[in-house]
Design a protein around this ligand. Structure first.
Ligand code: NAD
Ligand code: ZN
Length: 356
């Protein structure tokens, strides 16, 4: 650590919707923790929401809180009881830390993302990993092979969301798929669905630039530019035309009510709309349409056991995350980075903060 920058800094927001790069103490790792120099962190939509809106659901910014949970870095110190991870290892940080007690049914049965005692870095009041030095439980560090860069290591977090979606949605080789929304989550879902053999695939968005990125990532994908104000049934008709059929599966990656409606109307009898996007607390759905066509509507909360698979898929070359990073800033440029991530005119897909 002596050869590294001495001062720890963190990017945080507060109840006045300010975004500040602040000096913070460097933590000393507990016996089962490692001190990580975080070298790459992506900005997630939720970080922007916490800054602009001050809350997500029941998670409220009621004091200054550090942001960020899409991080990778290098281990600079290990706690006394650590053994698996070594100083100098490059790691991806899994940011939901469950209790892992055998008395916890969620943890014991392997659905640790459902642990009622889970803490998630960057979910207030727990500070995020968008900082220079961060103490992280060794158990939730994933060692990266040389073939995965720090930037890609940070993208394993959104990729994890997509992998959980691929698994839970029941997507199958050679079956049709519609992805609603081509933001970072829709795009990593596209990459994962392409690797998993979904065909044909249609992806939608309101922004042409995002569909261009989709084409760049997966040239065979079919795209549909959704016009604001066009009704959901009309959008669904256009999707079905692009797809050449009704959808077996729709993976919804916007959380927008109109997009969920579109997904339901684009589905075949017995199809499924799998909702990764999050949105308003209460939403209407075309209930009888879904009922009369046995359309399953299912949801996702984060992920579990996805990092090892994500590392394998990237290191074996089945998924290339690199083109997703469109904007890079230093940690000290935290404010500029958040401006780029929140300003549609910047046409950013993934903004990352890097610290060498
Ligand atoms: P994003 O806001 O960057 O991307 C959403 C995209 O959807 C944008 O490109 C936008 O133009 C497009 N869009 C909006 N309304 C649309 C519509 N009606 N039709 C078509 N496209 C539309 O967000 P993101 O980072 O890609 O995340 C996507 C969603 O997934 C968000 O709601 C996010 O909160 C959620 N999310 C859920 C989980 C989970 O565990 N379930 C995890 C991470 C993110
Ligand atoms: Zn638990």
């Amino acid at each position: 650590i002596l050869t590294r920058k001495p001062q720890n800094v963190a990017v945080e927001t507060n109840p006045s919707h300010e975004l500040n790069v602040v000096q913070v103490d460097t933590p000393s790792p507990g016996p089962t923790e490692c001190l990580v120099h975080v070298t790459a962190t992506g900005i997630c939509g939720s970080d922007v929401h916490f800054w602009k809106d001050g809350c997500i659901g029941t998670s409220v910014i009621d004091r200054p809180v550090g942001l960020g949970h899409e991080s990778a870095g290098v281990v600079v110190q290990t706690g006394k009881e650590c053994g698996r991870v070594k100083v100098g290892d490059r790691v991806a940080l899994e940011c939901g830390i469950p209790c892992s007690k055998p008395t916890c049914e969620a943890c014991r049965t392997g659905r640790y993302h459902a642990c009622p005692a889970i803490i998630f870095y960057s979910s207030p009041p727990v500070p995020g990993t968008l900082r220079r030095y961060h103490a992280h439980p060794e158990a939730w560090l994933h060692v990266l092979p040389d073939s995965i860069s720090d930037e890609e290591g940070a993208l394993l977090e959104p990729l994890s969301v997509a992998l959980a979606g691929i698994e839970r949605s029941g997507l199958r080789l050679g079956e049709s798929l519609v992805i609603c929304g081509a933001g970072p989550i829709g795009l990593v879902t596209l990459l994962a669905a392409h690797a998993a053999g979904a065909a044909p695939i249609v992806i939608t968005d309101l922004e042409a630039s995002r569909l261009e990125m989709a084409k760049r990532l997966v040239p065979r994908v079919r795209t549909l530019l959704v016009e604001r104000g066009r009704d959901a049934k009309a959008n669904a008709e256009l999707i079905k035309q692009e797809l050449g059929r009704e959808a077996k599966l729709v993976i919804e990656c916007t959380g927008a009510e109109s997009s969920i409606h579109t997904g339901i109307y684009a589905s075949q009898f017995g199809g499924a709309v799998y909702v990764i996007g999050v949105g308003k607390d209460f939403q209407q759905i075309p209930f009888m349409y879904a009922s009369f066509r046995e359309i399953d509507i299912r949801f996702q909360f984060r992920y579990h056991e996805t990092y090892p698979k994500a590392i394998m898929l990237v290191s074996e070359g089945l998924i290339d995350l690199k083109p997703l990073v469109t904007h890079r800033f230093t940690l000290e440029q935290g404010r500029e980075a958040f401006e780029a991530a929140s300003n549609p005119a910047a046409k950013a897909v993934k903004v990352q903060l890097l610290d060498g």
